[in-house]
Ligand binder design. Structure first.
Ligand code: COA
Length: 148
């Protein structure tokens, strides 16, 4: 799995039980997964077609540091299924606890909103990067890429 983003829980994320609102957690996964899918497929034209089940395993409080991880489950013809996980990160110990996880499926669309195939280049590149670097996004270890 690869780290996609980090988020710190704020006052305005809190619901009525002093815990982070479940809908905010779902939204964080949608954002992170959407960006990840777009980067993996080299296009912003990716729409969410399906979320699997969400189970909220641990409460999140103000100040909690959340790490959002993802990985590809499978490339379909026009679809991409991702596994997404939010973990609470303890900065003192480095320990992490799973807060929630789910699978999200995106569909690649054209300018008219119709489903179109994901290119073979995208799949091949993901396989290559995952094998070489353990992640699907461009990494600074990748040959020929220099960090900013
Ligand atoms: C995404 C959309 C273009 C797909 O159109 P469609 O006519 O249903 O397309 P298809 O039936 O050809 O299915 C496209 C892909 O979605 C997959 N799919 C369809 N229904 C699915 C479901 N219930 N669960 C998982 N995948 C599904 C199909 O298997 C297919 O994948 P594949 O090509 O890899 O085999 C259309 O449903 C849509 O616009 N939905 C709204 C998206 C949206 O607004 N999302 C929220 C904001 S991003």
């Amino acid at each position: 799995m690869e780290l996609i983003t980090t988020y710190i829980c704020k006052e305005f994320d809190i619901g009525i039980h002093n815990n982070m609102f479940g809908g905010r957690l779902m939204s964080l996964i949608d954002d992170a997964a959407g960006g990840y899918a777009a980067q993996l497929c080299d296009t912003p034209l990716m729409v969410t077609i399906k979320f699997d089940e969400f189970v909220f395993k641990k409460p999140v409080k103000v100040g909690s540091i959340l790490k959002i991880y993802g990985k590809v489950v499978k490339f379909g013809n026009t679809s991409l299924e991702l596994y997404m996980e939010i973990r609470k990160h303890n900065v003192y110990t480095g320990g992490q606890e799973i807060v929630t996880h789910t699978n999200v499926t995106f569909v690649r669309i054209d300018e008219d909103g119709n489903a179109v195939p994901i290119s073979d280049h995208v799949r091949a590149r993901y396989d290559f990067r995952f094998k070489e670097f353990g992640k699907g996004l461009l990494s600074i270890e990748e040959k020929g890429f220099s960090s900013i």
